[in-house]
Design a protein around this ligand. Structure first.
Ligand SMILES: Cc1cc2nc3c(=O)[nH]c(=O)nc-3n(C[C@H](O)[C@H](O)[C@H](O)COP(=O)(O)OP(=O)(O)OC[C@H]3O[C@@H](n4cnc5c(N)ncnc54)[C@H](O)[C@@H]3O)c2cc1C
Length: 453
């Protein structure tokens, strides 16, 4: 077992998983979290209450032996249940292949499960109420404070892995210290508000539980994911300002009128709508890109600290879990050259993080608007047929991102765009899959004709 102590910052979703991977390799790990222990204080608000786990996330959970336990707190969702303005619903499956579904899980339960698992390892020490306020790579020194800010502590460390989230303290430090550090943060003009559809009087789900519900309304949308105890967490994604916006929803009457008008089938299921609307904060949606992700072999950013993305492909946590798996695979001996490991990790991972960040922003338009567009739906059907006729040659982009961890995000993005060109050509002048020119499809797919980029 290596005697080197690695400090992992942040015991959100990614930090504990990274700590577990490192402990399994034999390292001593100190996992430092700014908040108090959520198992004692309860889960605090903030990010989404539940989230979707997809294949990339499962792969990592399986590698550390947590797949079964997490499955037990997850609900499979086989597709998007689209609610139109009249309250009619239709299911759009995520895939035509058996088993290709995504899973809803409680963020709090998942976080607690990861913390409990981390604490089973004798070589992981989890310390709460320790906020990193700075990291000095020249002196190998981390400065930590408790929540009151009254007690400051300095510790020597050679290796820091920062999983301290979208507003990472270590990244802030890199911005100040690292020459030519690239940094961008871009906020959508939209915020999000969490609401709830509780279970019915018998404790049962009030809607189909095995689906991700969407109320697409072109410029904005509402979604709902199931929770194991029979409720749904509902999220409204809505512009901050302008004609239809949060700025217009200042009174209970305005909220009631808006929801009755645009989400009429959901209103009877939401008895605490007005209370929740004003009690819950409006969250921001940010994409953060930066580089480099490391300072020599001293510190490395992972998860949201390296690449925060908007939630419309449900890949923020999943990509953070994939970071952990990849970093783990690059650590091949007990005294690694961290500089080389961190550099290789950044080089391999950054193009993929950028690709999923871009695809996540694009997917917002798909979810709030395209899912009701006949041309989009036709392309989706034709895409499924191409996949059936030429398996492996055509894989829908959604499937590559969500169900195929063997396909890196950057490849999924590039291949997805080539495939979209093919779909556009095949669907240009038709209204049903029966009209597709399959001979042309074969030529395009098998490369007999060049695919225009
Ligand atoms: C509305 C919404 C819905 C989402 N849905 C999904 C989804 O369905 N699927 C999905 O994969 N992703 C989803 N995400 C993204 C997901 O929440 C994040 O990608 C994920 O939480 C990132 O994990 P992390 O550990 O990197 O960061 P975090 O979960 O933010 O954890 C960071 C931790 O670091 C701690 N910390 C912060 N600063 C310090 C410091 N200075 N010192 C010590 N500790 C510190 C924090 O207290 C926290 O515990 C969603 C996000 C949002 C906003």
């Amino acid at each position: 077992m290596s005697s080197e102590i690695i400090h992992v910052l942040g015991a959100g979703l990614v930090g504990p998983l990274m700590a577990i991977y490192l402990a399994r390799k034999g390292f001593q790990v100190n996992l430092l979290e700014r908040r108090p222990d959520m198992r004692q204080t309860g889960v605090s608000g903030g990010r989404s209450i539940n989230l979707a786990i997809t294949a990339r996330g499962w792969k990592s959970l399986e590698e550390v032996g947590l797949k079964e336990a997490v499955s037990a707190i997850s609900i499979p969702m086989k597709g998007r249940m689209v609610h139109d303005i009249e309250g009619n619903t239709s299911l759009q499956p995520y895939s035509q292949n058996p088993g290709e579904v995504i899973y809803a899980a409680s963020r709090g339960l998942l976080n607690i499960m990861l913390l409990n698992e981390a604490e089973k390892y004798p070589n992981i020490r989890v310390v709460f109420d320790r906020r990193c306020t700075s990291f000095d790579p020249d002196k190998n020194r981390l400065t930590l404070q408790d929540e009151t800010g009254e007690h400051t502590e300095e510790i020597e460390t050679k290796t820091v892995i920062a999983a301290d989230g979208a507003w990472s303290a270590v990244r802030k430090e890199m911005l100040a210290r690292v020459e030519n550090f690239n940094y961008s943060q871009s906020f959508l003009d939209y915020g999000y508000k969490e609401l709830v559809i509780p279970p019915d009087a018998q404790g049962q789900f009030q809607m189909e539980p095995h689906a991700l519900h969407i109320w697409p309304r072109k410029r904005y949308m509402m979604i709902a994911l199931p929770n194991t105890e029979g409720s749904f967490t509902v999220t409204l994604f809505y512009p901050y300002e302008g004609k239809d916006s949060f700025a217009q929803l200042r009174t209970r009457e305005a909220v009631a009128e808006f929801f009755n008008q645009v989400f009429p089938d959901a209103v009877p299921l939401m008895p605490t709508l007005q209370e929740d609307f004003f009690a819950n904060p409006t969250g921001a949606l940010v994409t953060v890109k930066c580089s480099p992700w490391h300072i020599d072999g001293k510190s490395l950013l992972i998860g949201d600290a390296a690449h925060a993305i908007v939630p419309f492909f449900a890949q923020g946590m999943n990509s953070g879990f994939e970071d952990c798996a990849m970093l783990n695979s690059l650590i091949t001996d007990s005294h690694p050259d961290w500089g080389t490991v961190f550099d290789t990790f950044t080089r391999l991972r950054k193009p993929n993080a950028d690709a999923i960040a871009d695809m996540a922003v694009e997917n917002f338009i798909e979810m709030r608007d395209s899912v009701t567009d006949p041309h989009f739906l036709l392309k989706k059907q034709v895409g499924f047929e191409l996949e059936k006729r030429w398996p492996g040659k055509f894989i829908p982009r959604y499937s590559m991102v969500v169900f195929r961890p063997d396909i890196p995000y950057a490849d999924a993005k590039q291949r997805g765009s080539l495939q979209d060109d093919i779909l556009e050509q095949l669907c240009a002048d038709i209204t049903s899959p029966e009209e597709v020119d399959w001979a042309l499809a074969e030529r395009l797919l098998l490369g007999a004709e060049p695919v225009p980029v």
